[in-house]
Structures are given as structure tokens and as C-alpha cells.
Design a protein around this ligand. Structure first.
Ligand SMILES: [Fe+2]
Length: 333
């Protein structure tokens, strides 16, 4: 058994330290239908070819979502590397292939590898940014806690167009079902520097209770990192099959989560879970299924941490939502 505290906190000598996630790579049999869903979800077409669809958000990333044409499948998720030499280091390992050019918008280079369950991991560097057409600045909220002054937004009402499309800031995280979550954490730690943030067990959460899941984050040193970049969860909810659970996108503001909920409901997509606030990670969340059953999440206001001042929590997870509806237990996505 891997010592989680050692591999996540102390014996830090990973091959590289990834700096962020870049985009998920999904595969579906109908790119036109996928495009329609993703536009309703809040993304915009960056490029569509006969066999691939690239979508961008309001941020400066050239694209934050890639779909390939073929049978429904999770191909993998991409991470950002900090240098070309990081790609060379990964390429020299048994888990990754050679360095290739990225075909999609923004160009750049990538290496593709597989984790212990054979799930794809792409690591990219040298992508050109797109010119942003949004300030990404949310409207202030009148929630400052002060006895004498509680207003950040004075003489300015919030006026949203009913049915307006939500603004997405970035790709935030993804969740996997893993055959052995501890082995998966060790692999992501070794190759990408991913470290555990919180570990959960189902009740009674004693020594014999297996680890139910690990919320793991990037090790960005003094720079803050999201509470989790990958959720590695057991295959207990997926009929024992390793694979995809969901992808998550960070919104500009809470208002965008509500807008997304309304727009997706209006167009008849199947809601999955939300709107609520998570227990671990604290995000305000809202999940929806694509026409192909692949779950996409809108979220905002999650926790962020720096490595040196965050302790590993091992928690008995009785509720996955701190506020809002509890999730009906669903199978593999
Ligand atoms: Fe999530």
C-alpha cells in the first residue's frame, strides 16, 4: 500500500510539476450535436474539422474542450507543463509517447500517456493564447461583512437578460473512477506532481474501510492551486469499471451557474445534480448530462490552497453536498 502522506507531502521528487489543467478530450459519435450542447453549456467554437471539435471559453486559452468523432468514450485530460524540457522528461518515461505537434487552435506541443487504468493524460506546452473579448470581471456582490459598510455595488443594479448564456472562465478539474485510487494517486504524483488534498471514506471510516476517493491538486508551490484538479474515486459507483465520471468548468460568477442551469433546462438537457455547495472543495456546483450522457459541471467559489500551509484531511464522508440537494447515486458516465 502507498503511504499517502509520504507520496503527497514529503517525498516530492516528481518527474514534472504540472501547472494547470488544459482541456478534456472526449469522443462522441455526433460532433454537430456535441457542438450544440457545448454552446448551450457556455462554450464557443474555436475550430471544427471533419473529425474534431475544439471549444474555447471567455478566457485566453486557445481551447478548453476537445471532442473527437467516434464511439462515445473518455480519451483523457490535458495538463499544462511549464517548459519544453518537461515534455522531454515525460517522453523519456515508459508511460508516455513521443513529442508531437498539437493539431488544434493555438498550436504547441504535446506528449500523450496512460495512467494505471489506461486512461489518457496529455501534457502540453507552447500553446498560443487567443485574444480575450471579456474582462472576466464579475459584478460585485453586496455581501461584505462589516458592521458599517456592507456594499460593494452601490447605485448599480444587477440586470441579467433572462436566458443569457453563462460565462465560463476556465477548465477546472475532472473526476475518474479508478481501480485502485492509491495506485492512481502515486502515478499522478510521480509523473505530474499531483498531491492529495482530502481523502474520504464511507462510514464507518475505520482502518478496514477502503479509501473511497482522493481529492488531489497541483503542487504550484507558493502559487495557489484549486482544492482539486482530479478527483480519483473508487469504482464502487461504476460497477467496478474504471473510467470517466465528469469534467468541470469554472464560471466567472455565481450568476453564471444560475444562468447555465436555466439555459440547459430550457433546452431539455438531463440535469444530474445541483445547484448546491459541495462539502469538499466548497464549490457551488451544478451538473448536467450531455446528449451522450457525459456529465459536465458548472462551478464557482471553490477552495484554493498553497502546499505549505494545507493539511491532509481524512474525512468520513456522510454528505457530498453541504448545501443543496444530495446526489442520487448514478453509475459510470
Ligand atoms: Fe467536480
Amino acid at each position: 500500500m502507498v503511504d499517502l502522506k509520504d507520496c503527497s507531502r514529503r517525498n516530492m521528487d516528481p518527474i514534472i510539476k504540472a501547472d494547470d489543467v488544459a482541456y478534456p478530450i472526449l469522443q462522441v459519435p455526433d460532433l454537430a450535436l456535441q457542438e450544440k450542447f457545448l454552446v448551450h453549456f457556455g462554450l464557443h467554437v474555436a475550430e471544427r474539422t471533419d473529425d474534431a471539435l475544439y471549444m474555447h471559453c471567455e478566457g485566453s486559452q486557445p481551447f478548453v474542450h476537445e471532442t473527437r468523432l467516434g464511439p462515445k468514450k473518455f480519451i483523457g485530460s490535458a495538463f499544462l507543463a511549464l517548459s519544453m524540457s518537461d515534455l522531454e522528461k515525460l517522453s523519456a518515461t515508459d508511460s508516455f509517447g513521443g513529442i508531437e505537434e498539437i493539431k488544434g487552435p493555438g498550436g504547441g506541443f504535446k506528449v500523450f500517456g496512460q495512467d494505471p487504468d489506461g486512461l489518457g493524460v496529455e501534457v502540453v506546452f507552447g500553446r498560443n493564447e487567443r485574444k480575450r473579448n471579456s474582462s472576466l470581471e464579475p459584478e460585485f456582490m453586496n455581501v461584505v461583512v462589516s458592521e458599517t459598510e456592507t456594499f460593494q455595488r452601490l447605485n448599480r443594479a444587477k440586470r441579467f437578460q433572462k436566458g443569457a448564456y453563462p460565462q465560463i472562465k476556465r477548465y477546472g478539474h475532472y473526476a475518474l473512477h479508478c481501480t485502485d485510487v492509491e495506485a492512481s494517486l502515486a502515478w499522478y504524483n510521480t509523473h505530474l506532481g499531483i498531491i492529495a488534498t482530502d481523502i474520504y471514506k464511507a462510514p464507518p471510516a475505520d482502518e478496514e474501510t477502503p479509501v473511497g476517493g482522493i481529492f488531489a491538486r497541483l503542487d504550484r508551490g507558493d502559487k495557489p492551486a484549486d482544492h482539486h484538479t482530479i478527483l480519483m474515486t473508487s469504482t464502487a459507483l461504476s460497477n467496478g469499471r474504471a473510467g470517466f465520471n465528469h469534467v468541470s468548468f469554472e464560471m466567472v460568477n455565481i450568476d453564471d451557474v444560475f444562468m447555465g442551469h436555466e439555459v440547459l433546462a430550457k433546452h431539455g438537457y438531463e440535469p444530474e445534480w445541483g445547484i448546491g455547495r459541495h462539502y469538499m472543495g466548497s464549490q457551488i456546483f451544478d451538473y448536467c448530462r450531455s446528449p451522450f450522457g457525459q456529465v459536465h459541471e458548472h462551478q464557482t467559489d471553490g477552495d484554493a490552497q498553497k502546499r505549505q500551509n494545507a493539511d491532509l484531511d481524512e474525512i468520513c464522508l456522510k454528505a457530498r453536498a453541504a448545501l443543496g440537494p444530495q446526489c442520487a447515486q448514478r453509475g459510470n458516465h
